[in-house]
Design a protein. Structure first.
Length: 45
């Protein structure tokens, strides 16, 4: 019973880590895109 709970919590932890990693990557990508488009706008002026 206890081992089952531990395994389940481990799976849950990995899921959370995966989601966090994904959202972090998404955030970084958005920052990069925003940054590059902003730089291009400045270059055009």
């Amino acid at each position: 019973m206890f081992r089952d709970l531990t395994l389940r919590s481990n799976k849950f932890d990995k899921l959370i880590i995966k989601q966090n990693f994904f959202s972090l990557r998404l955030h970084n990508t958005q920052n990069y895109v925003t940054h590059t488009t902003f730089s291009k706008k400045i270059d055009k002026k």
